[in-house]
Design a protein around this ligand. Sequence first.
Ligand SMILES: NC(=O)c1ccc[n+]([C@@H]2O[C@H](COP(=O)([O-])OP(=O)(O)OC[C@H]3O[C@@H](n4cnc5c(N)ncnc54)[C@H](O)[C@@H]3O)[C@@H](O)[C@H]2O)c1
Length: 341
Amino acid sequence: MKLKLKAAILGYGRSGSTMHAGAIQDNADSFEMAAACDVDPARRKEAAQRFNCAVYADYHEMLAKEKLDLVSVITRSDQHCEMTCECLKAGVNVLVTKPWAVNADEGRRMIRTAGETGRLLMPWLPSRWCCVLRRLKELIDAGTIGNVFFIRRSVCSFATRNDWQTENRFGGGYLLNWGPHIVDPPVVLLGSKVASVYGRMKQVINPGDVEDVFFAIMNLQNGAVVQAEFTLSVANLPDWFVQGDRGTIVAYGQDMKIYRKVPPKPDDPTKYSEMRSEEESVSEEKVKGCMYGDSAEIYREIAQALRGEKEYPVKPAHALELSETFDAIRRSDRENRVVVF
Ligand SMILES: NC(=O)c1ccc[n+]([C@@H]2O[C@H](COP(=O)([O-])OP(=O)(O)OC[C@H]3O[C@@H](n4cnc5c(N)ncnc54)[C@H](O)[C@@H]3O)[C@@H](O)[C@H]2O)c1
């Protein structure tokens, strides 16, 4: 029988106590929840009752007293880099939630520290496991809509929030909060790197001092274009609008519609006449699975990576590229220009 991996959650808040604690529980054959750390006594009590584990208010104390295989850092976004580096320096592997860093410099610092300590640094980008992204990849790889030249990825909401996510000093703002779900997946789907960015950001209805709307147009090295946005609107745009030279795929949530069409040509190019397409079809499907990734599945892969059985699929270099793109979107907005990498 394999020994269980000793896991701890640093930041047992909304996400730590649900998505991550739940996934560790779902993988009870691989993980034992050895400890939880939170500055809030009510959170510590909850973790202790649920897992019968050690609880700490100070993560340095946890690192000194526990022999851990993994710390999942699920605190506020401004805390991730410092805490991750401290855990790595204590000899522990780290899973760090999105956004792993508030800027690319923090990303580079974590990569450097992981290199110096020889520990695993695993960025959490759960939308890479999104069921719709997977289905789109299958369809595109099969050539269903030909060559994809443009993807629009949108998330619309008209909700306000009033917590640390609305403050810059805490790493708030919707680019960092939603960007990992919106900016990253279409770029991954197109399998290319960002070459240049035009971005706009606005604070429309939220309190605080950061954007609650962002918009980015990214030209990729392979010539394809991505438009990615989080926007405030009462009616919804499609989550995905994928345009190929042989059709279009539209997805609202998990409802997908696939339009296939060979570009119409005139019957006789010398005369004005009706344009005909040789082939045309429309099909609909409901994609099964999790929109923001199945956390239990991701933790299964984390366990495999910790045991050296399989590499964790999201490399720190991927997360760094995303941070560089976020930095470029901000810079483009500030300087009102296209930022070229
Ligand atoms: N889909 C996703 O992957 C997803 C979803 C939600 C949140 N998140 C990310 O998770 C992170 C946390 O978000 P949340 O909504 O759970 O926030 P939260 O405020 O509910 O949780 C943060 C927790 O950290 C604790 N904390 C603060 N300072 C601490 C310290 N010094 N030591 C120990 N604990 C400390 C707080 O008491 C709180 O319980 C954010 O970075 C957010 O972007 C990811």
